[in-house]
Design a protein around this ligand. Sequence first.
Ligand SMILES: C[S@@+](CC[C@H](N)C(=O)[O-])C[C@H]1O[C@@H](n2cnc3c(N)ncnc32)[C@H](O)[C@@H]1O
Length: 190
Amino acid sequence: MAERDRLKWNRKFNEMPDLLAPRAPSSLVARYYNEAPGREALDLACGGGRHTLFLSDKGFHVDAVDISEVALTKLAPKVDPDRVRLIEADLDSYTPEKEHYDLIVMTNFLDRTLIERAKEALRPGGIMIVETYMEDPENEKRDANPDFLLRDAELKELFLDWEIVAYERFWNETYEKYRMKKQGIVARKI
Ligand SMILES: C[S@@+](CC[C@H](N)C(=O)[O-])C[C@H]1O[C@@H](n2cnc3c(N)ncnc32)[C@H](O)[C@@H]1O
Protein backbone atom coordinates (compact mmCIF):
# COMPACT_ATOMS: atom_id res chain seq x y z
CA MET A 1 0.00 0.00 0.00
CA ALA A 2 2.67 2.49 1.06
CA GLU A 3 4.81 1.84 -2.00
CA ARG A 4 1.76 2.38 -4.19
CA ASP A 5 1.04 5.71 -2.42
CA ARG A 6 4.66 6.79 -2.81
CA LEU A 7 4.69 6.05 -6.54
CA LYS A 8 1.27 7.60 -7.05
CA TRP A 9 2.14 10.87 -5.32
CA ASN A 10 5.63 11.12 -6.81
CA ARG A 11 4.11 10.68 -10.27
CA LYS A 12 1.37 13.26 -9.55
CA PHE A 13 3.88 15.83 -8.30
CA ASN A 14 6.24 15.21 -11.25
CA GLU A 15 3.43 15.48 -13.80
CA MET A 16 1.66 18.42 -12.13
CA PRO A 17 4.34 20.53 -10.40
CA ASP A 18 1.73 23.21 -9.77
CA LEU A 19 0.42 21.00 -6.97
CA LEU A 20 3.57 21.97 -5.07
CA ALA A 21 3.30 25.69 -5.82
CA PRO A 22 3.36 28.08 -2.83
CA ARG A 23 -0.10 28.26 -1.28
CA ALA A 24 -1.71 30.17 1.54
CA PRO A 25 -2.48 28.18 4.69
CA SER A 26 -5.98 26.88 5.16
CA SER A 27 -8.28 29.43 6.74
CA LEU A 28 -8.74 27.24 9.83
CA VAL A 29 -4.98 26.94 10.38
CA ALA A 30 -4.46 30.67 9.85
CA ARG A 31 -7.22 31.57 12.31
CA TYR A 32 -6.53 29.02 15.06
CA TYR A 33 -2.81 28.10 15.13
CA ASN A 34 -2.35 30.56 17.98
CA GLU A 35 -4.58 28.45 20.24
CA ALA A 36 -1.60 26.09 20.60
CA PRO A 37 -0.09 26.32 24.09
CA GLY A 38 3.51 25.99 22.84
CA ARG A 39 5.59 25.98 19.71
CA GLU A 40 6.14 22.30 18.80
CA ALA A 41 4.14 21.42 15.68
CA LEU A 42 3.61 18.38 13.51
CA ASP A 43 2.40 18.67 9.90
CA LEU A 44 1.07 15.30 8.73
CA ALA A 45 1.16 14.67 4.95
CA CYS A 46 2.77 18.10 4.48
CA GLY A 47 2.91 17.95 0.66
CA GLY A 48 4.10 21.30 -0.72
CA GLY A 49 4.51 22.48 2.87
CA ARG A 50 2.06 25.39 3.03
CA HIS A 51 1.46 24.76 6.74
CA THR A 52 5.04 23.81 7.53
CA LEU A 53 6.24 27.13 6.08
CA PHE A 54 3.42 29.15 7.66
CA LEU A 55 3.99 27.67 11.13
CA SER A 56 7.76 27.92 10.95
CA ASP A 57 7.32 31.57 10.01
CA LYS A 58 5.17 32.01 13.13
CA GLY A 59 7.97 30.68 15.33
CA PHE A 60 7.09 26.98 15.57
CA HIS A 61 9.50 24.08 15.35
CA VAL A 62 7.83 21.84 12.78
CA ASP A 63 8.18 18.14 12.07
CA ALA A 64 6.82 17.71 8.54
CA VAL A 65 6.01 14.18 7.42
CA ASP A 66 5.26 12.96 3.92
CA ILE A 67 5.82 9.83 1.87
CA SER A 68 6.77 11.67 -1.32
CA GLU A 69 10.46 12.43 -1.74
CA VAL A 70 9.50 14.59 -4.74
CA ALA A 71 7.47 16.87 -2.44
CA LEU A 72 10.12 16.89 0.31
CA THR A 73 12.99 17.58 -2.09
CA LYS A 74 11.13 20.57 -3.47
CA LEU A 75 10.33 21.80 0.04
CA ALA A 76 13.82 21.34 1.51
CA PRO A 77 15.47 24.53 0.15
CA LYS A 78 12.50 26.64 1.36
CA VAL A 79 12.72 25.67 5.03
CA ASP A 80 14.94 26.86 7.86
CA PRO A 81 16.67 23.63 8.95
CA ASP A 82 16.94 24.95 12.52
CA ARG A 83 13.15 25.09 12.73
CA VAL A 84 11.91 22.38 10.39
CA ARG A 85 12.63 18.66 10.26
CA LEU A 86 11.51 16.95 7.04
CA ILE A 87 10.61 13.31 7.63
CA GLU A 88 10.09 10.92 4.73
CA ALA A 89 7.79 8.28 6.15
CA ASP A 90 4.69 6.23 5.50
CA LEU A 91 1.85 7.54 7.64
CA ASP A 92 0.09 4.17 7.44
CA SER A 93 2.53 3.07 10.12
CA TYR A 94 4.34 6.19 11.38
CA THR A 95 3.81 6.79 15.09
CA PRO A 96 4.78 10.27 16.25
CA GLU A 97 6.44 10.77 19.63
CA LYS A 98 3.97 10.58 22.53
CA GLU A 99 2.80 13.83 24.16
CA HIS A 100 5.41 15.85 22.30
CA TYR A 101 3.44 18.36 20.24
CA ASP A 102 1.42 21.51 20.99
CA LEU A 103 -0.16 21.62 17.53
CA ILE A 104 -0.88 18.89 14.99
CA VAL A 105 -2.17 19.73 11.54
CA MET A 106 -3.57 17.24 9.03
CA THR A 107 -5.18 18.72 5.92
CA ASN A 108 -6.38 17.21 2.64
CA PHE A 109 -5.43 13.76 3.83
CA LEU A 110 -7.53 11.20 5.66
CA ASP A 111 -6.36 8.22 7.67
CA ARG A 112 -8.65 7.55 10.59
CA THR A 113 -6.15 5.35 12.45
CA LEU A 114 -3.54 8.09 12.09
CA ILE A 115 -5.89 10.52 13.84
CA GLU A 116 -5.89 8.17 16.83
CA ARG A 117 -2.05 7.90 16.78
CA ALA A 118 -1.78 11.67 16.45
CA LYS A 119 -4.06 12.24 19.46
CA GLU A 120 -1.49 10.38 21.58
CA ALA A 121 1.27 12.63 20.25
CA LEU A 122 -0.37 15.82 21.54
CA ARG A 123 0.37 17.24 24.96
CA PRO A 124 -2.67 17.86 27.16
CA GLY A 125 -3.99 21.30 26.19
CA GLY A 126 -2.58 20.85 22.68
CA ILE A 127 -4.54 21.62 19.53
CA MET A 128 -5.33 19.33 16.61
CA ILE A 129 -6.57 20.78 13.32
CA VAL A 130 -8.01 18.28 10.84
CA GLU A 131 -9.52 19.41 7.58
CA THR A 132 -10.37 17.35 4.53
CA TYR A 133 -12.98 16.45 1.90
CA MET A 134 -16.36 15.07 2.80
CA GLU A 135 -19.30 13.36 1.13
CA ASP A 136 -21.66 15.74 -0.63
CA PRO A 137 -24.08 15.21 -3.54
CA GLU A 138 -22.74 18.39 -5.17
CA ASN A 139 -19.09 17.27 -5.19
CA GLU A 140 -17.70 17.57 -8.70
CA LYS A 141 -15.34 14.60 -8.42
CA ARG A 142 -17.80 11.77 -8.76
CA ASP A 143 -15.30 8.89 -8.55
CA ALA A 144 -13.59 9.91 -5.27
CA ASN A 145 -12.82 6.87 -3.12
CA PRO A 146 -15.45 7.01 -0.32
CA ASP A 147 -12.86 5.65 2.16
CA PHE A 148 -11.10 9.01 1.86
CA LEU A 149 -14.20 11.15 2.33
CA LEU A 150 -15.53 12.14 5.74
CA ARG A 151 -19.12 11.36 6.54
CA ASP A 152 -21.37 14.19 7.67
CA ALA A 153 -20.26 15.41 11.12
CA GLU A 154 -17.69 12.59 11.33
CA LEU A 155 -14.96 14.84 12.72
CA LYS A 156 -17.18 15.76 15.66
CA GLU A 157 -17.63 12.06 16.38
CA LEU A 158 -13.87 11.49 16.23
CA PHE A 159 -13.27 14.17 18.87
CA LEU A 160 -16.19 13.46 21.18
CA ASP A 161 -14.26 13.80 24.43
CA TRP A 162 -12.26 16.87 23.33
CA GLU A 163 -13.00 20.57 23.64
CA ILE A 164 -14.22 21.70 20.22
CA VAL A 165 -12.75 25.13 19.49
CA ALA A 166 -14.23 25.29 15.97
CA TYR A 167 -16.08 23.01 13.57
CA GLU A 168 -16.91 24.09 10.02
CA ARG A 169 -18.16 22.81 6.68
CA PHE A 170 -17.16 24.75 3.57
CA TRP A 171 -16.20 24.48 -0.10
CA ASN A 172 -12.58 23.88 -1.03
CA GLU A 173 -10.19 26.50 -2.39
CA THR A 174 -10.98 27.74 -5.91
CA TYR A 175 -7.52 26.77 -7.24
CA GLU A 176 -8.35 23.08 -6.83
CA LYS A 177 -9.37 21.11 -9.92
CA TYR A 178 -12.73 19.91 -8.58
CA ARG A 179 -15.17 21.74 -6.34
CA MET A 180 -15.49 19.58 -3.22
CA LYS A 181 -17.15 20.03 0.17
CA LYS A 182 -14.81 19.94 3.17
CA GLN A 183 -15.13 19.56 6.91
CA GLY A 184 -12.67 20.94 9.41
CA ILE A 185 -12.23 20.82 13.16
CA VAL A 186 -10.04 22.55 15.70
CA ALA A 187 -10.02 20.47 18.88
CA ARG A 188 -8.20 20.83 22.19
CA LYS A 189 -6.98 17.78 24.09
CA ILE A 190 -8.28 17.91 27.61
C1 LIG B 1 -3.45 16.41 -1.14
S1 LIG B 1 -1.81 16.39 -0.50
C2 LIG B 1 -2.04 17.41 0.96
C3 LIG B 1 -0.83 18.27 1.26
C4 LIG B 1 -0.99 19.26 2.42
N1 LIG B 1 -1.40 18.61 3.65
C5 LIG B 1 -1.93 20.40 2.08
O1 LIG B 1 -3.05 20.43 2.60
O2 LIG B 1 -1.54 21.25 1.28
C6 LIG B 1 -1.69 14.76 0.20
C7 LIG B 1 -0.28 14.41 0.66
O3 LIG B 1 -0.33 13.15 1.35
C8 LIG B 1 0.87 12.45 1.09
N2 LIG B 1 0.65 11.02 1.35
C9 LIG B 1 -0.20 10.18 0.71
N3 LIG B 1 -0.15 8.94 1.25
C10 LIG B 1 0.77 9.00 2.26
C11 LIG B 1 1.27 8.06 3.20
N4 LIG B 1 0.85 6.79 3.23
N5 LIG B 1 2.19 8.47 4.10
C12 LIG B 1 2.65 9.77 4.09
N6 LIG B 1 2.21 10.70 3.23
C13 LIG B 1 1.27 10.33 2.33
C14 LIG B 1 1.16 12.77 -0.38
O4 LIG B 1 2.50 12.55 -0.72
C15 LIG B 1 0.73 14.24 -0.47
O5 LIG B 1 1.83 15.09 -0.26
